[in-house]
Each structure stands twice: as C-alpha cells, then as structure tokens.
Design a protein around this ligand. Structure first.
Ligand code: PHE
Length: 360
C-alpha cells in the first residue's frame, strides 16, 4: 500500500489531483485512517507491532503529500509569473510636470549674466516707506513724479499720517513703485564698492495690454571710485548681448530725466523684421528712423546716481560715484520669447505656458 500511495502522490499532475490522493489516504474515510481504526480491536501485543507501522505509513504519506504540494505550488507561481511579465519597453505617457514661469526663467538668466560680471543679487521689501521709495531717491513730497507713479498706498500709512504718527523713514506706507528703493537699502547696509542687481515685484495702479498692476523690474547699481557713463554703456551692452544671445545688438541712449540720476538716459534696443517676426538686433541701417525694416524698443531707464542720493545714504559724493538702471523684466521676457500680451503672464493658464514651450 505504501509504494502504491507514494507513487500516486508523485504522479499527481496538479493540486486538485493531489487532494484526491490525500482524501483517499488520510481523509475521514481514507485507507490509512481506516487502518488506524483497526488498532482498537487488536490485542496489546499485536497493537505494539502494528501501531508504529501504521503511524510510520501515515507520516510518510503525509510528508510526501506536503512536499508534492510545495512543488506544485512553486510550479504554479512560476507559470503565473511567466504569463504576467511587463513589457518595460512599451512607451508610456510622461507624468505631467511643473514648469518654470517665463518671468522666473528670465530672472534666473539675469542673475546668471550679472553674476559673471561680478554683481551680487540684493533684495528689499515690496511694502516700503515713503522715504526709501521716494525721498531718498530725490523725489520730495511735492514732486510730480510721486503722482506719476500711480502709487498704491497702504491703509496703515494713511492712518499714521492722519494720526500724525507717520515717520517717513520707518512707516511702511506703500507698495514699492519700482526696485530703486533697493539702491537705498543696499547703500545703507554696505560699504562701496557695490555691484548689485535687484530683481523683484513692483506695483502701480495701471492696467492694459502692456501694463499690469503688479509687474517685475530688475534694478542695477554700481558704486565705486571713478565710475563713468562709459561703464554704464559697456555693462548694458554686455548684458543685452548675453541676454538676447547675439552679438549684433544695437543700443540707443536717449537723454531723459529721473530725479535720482544725473545725467539720465533711456535705453532702446534696435530690432529688425525677419520673415514677419520682430527680432532684437540685426543690421543697424534697417533700424534707422523706425522704418518698415526695423526700429527701436525702449527697454530700460538708467543714469549716473545723483549726488543727493549718494549723500542721503551717508556716502561722500566727492569720493563715490556710480550708475544705476531699472529694467522691466516682463518686457524683456516678451521680447525674448515672442509673447505679445503681458496680461497672459499672470493668468496662470497652463495651455499658454505649453504654447510658449515652458511646459515639460
Ligand atoms: N526706477 C525707474 C523706473 O521705474 C528706472 C530707473 C532706475 C531709472 C534706475 C534710472 C535709474 O522707471
């Protein structure tokens, strides 16, 4: 019986067949179970011989069944794994990834370009005092430029003025209208020589296709001995060539007026039309006279830092000179990436970002 049962176990082709063999041998009515039941009717002598024999048989068959069960289960698992393999070479849709906003992208580019020229990045608060935003920049209370800036005033400043507790230098009373107050903060906190840029958000109550109430500027400031307009022009030229990634960038400096620089210049870059697209740079002859082949775009305001501004920051203007410039970052991004509506920058529309290739 032993040989026959072990052979049946070994020959079971699957788990179901093996179970049939198990029930036949070890089940309630199984043949070995029946044999065990016969022990009760035996004489003690006979039982002493037959007991260990039948128990041995039961253990041998049970062990064989367990071993066969393990083998069949392993085989079944291997078979399942073989049919469930994944094709790792199948292409999959990329998970949607975040993207760098064009304005952030341009700020990073500016920081890198100016880092190469030895400029550090400075920052200042977006909520400013009258003094940092205006007075220290030679824009006194009565100056028309204050009205021109379309300033957003803060209630806390208005209240302080009404209560007579306002202090021009310390009462935070407006949203900065330009990044120029960072010039003041930098000169107050650092000894010259100073070379910084200050990119950041600025605010004016203004809104149309080319103006948003919040916009971005980058301020530049150099203070040292013997700084001239030549240094300013070289710096701007080097910066704009690096930014637009071409050597044929042409600058035009137009005399202008800012209270905090003297002399002051507004800077235009020349553009040319190439295959119906406006391209910054190109043949200067085509830019002449804002003709049909090209023209000029204003990109920044600049000048030599006014001696009064240097003095307001506790420095001696006889010893220290410098230049400063302020440039609209959004405008730069529009020109570089061919974007025509400023407001789309701040709508947060992912389709728009994708269209301009800023999305992964
Ligand atoms: N702050 C000026 C503006 O916002 C720009 C500027 C900065 C001009 C520095 C000269 C020097 O228009």
């Amino acid at each position: 019986m032993r040989e026959q049962m072990l052979a049946a176990v070994a020959a079971s082709p699957g788990l179901d067949a093996l179970d049939v063999v198990r029930v036949d041998a070890l089940g309630k009515q199984g043949r070995i179970t029946q044999l065990l039941k016969t022990l009760g009717a035996m004489s003690p002598d006979q039982r002493q011989v037959e007991g260990p024999r039948i128990q041995g048989l039961r253990e041998a068959v049970a062990a064989a069944i367990a071993a066969r069960k393990d083998a069949l289960e392993a085989a079944a698992l291997n078979a399942r794994l073989a049919t469930e393999t994944l094709d790792m070479t199948l292409p999959v849709d990329a998970a949607p990834a975040g993207t760098i906003h064009p304005v952030s992208q341009v700020m990073d580019e500016l920081s890198e370009i100016f880092a190469d020229l030895g400029f550090a990045v400075a920052t200042g608060p977006e909520m400013e005092t009258d003094w940092h935003n205006f007075s220290a920049l030679n824009i006194p209370d009565t100056h028309p430029a204050r009205a021109m800036h379309d300033t957003f005033y803060l209630q806390q400043g208005v209240d302080a003025k009404a209560a007579g507790t306002a202090d021009e230098r310390t009462t935070v009373s407006l949203l900065r209208t330009h990044t120029s107050p960072v010039q003041i903060r930098t000169m107050l906190a650092n000894k010259p020589p100073i070379r910084i840029i200050a990119p950041g958000r600025t605010y004016r109550s203004d809104s149309d296709a080319t103006h948003t109430p919040m916009f971005h500027q980058v301020e530049g400031l150099v203070i040292d001995r013997g700084i001239t307009l030549g240094h300013l022009k070289w710096t701007l030229e080097t910066f704009l060539k690096a930014f637009f990634e071409r050597d044929d960038i042409v600058l035009r400096l137009r005399p202008s007026y800012f209270p905090f620089t003297e002399p002051s210049a507004e800077v235009d870059v020349g553009y040319t039309w190439t295959k119906g697209k406006r391209v910054i740079g190109g043949d200067p002859d085509k830019m002449r006279g804002d003709g049909p082949n090209g023209g000029w775009m204003e990109v920044l305001g600049s000048g030599m830092v006014h001696p009064k501004v240097i003095a307001a920051c506790g420095l001696d203007p006889a010893e220290w000179q410098g230049f400063a410039f302020g440039c609209g970052i959004d405008r730069l991004a529009m020109l570089k990436y061919g974007i025509d509506d400023l407001r789309a920058f701040f709508d947060g529309d992912i389709r728009w970002l994708k269209h301009y290739g800023f999305s992964a």
